[in-house]
Unconditional design. Sequence first.
Length: 141
Amino acid sequence: MKIFLLLDPPRSTAQMQKIAVVHGKPRMYKPPNVLKAKNLLISHLKPFKPSVPLEGPIELHVTWLFPRGNRHKHFEWKITKPDTDNLQKMLKDCMTEVGFWKDDAQVVVEHVEKLWSNEPCGISITYNSLQSKVKEVITYD
């Protein structure tokens, strides 16, 4: 399945959680910008929710397309923050919450890229079930 989320990709990530001390105990919380990014992703993902969550192993390919501005070329690699692993963490958490799968631990193959882009900007997502595919294991004797 292939979907495209037409949006300016959020730059706030799950890694941006904060710690506050409440009654002498540390508590994790999400700042407003992280909650806003999460809600933005969820609202754009909901129309693409599958009728039944995928089961078994899943392959996920994601391309993050950020608005390029004047300093970058179309499809030039984006080598600045946010890091791909942090972007992916929030996206996969949101996809889990919406119901694309039961647990993002099911994602066993993953490819991610981030690029500067002319319009349209957004997130291109391709996901497939690997339930019926058998992985060949290479052994070295």
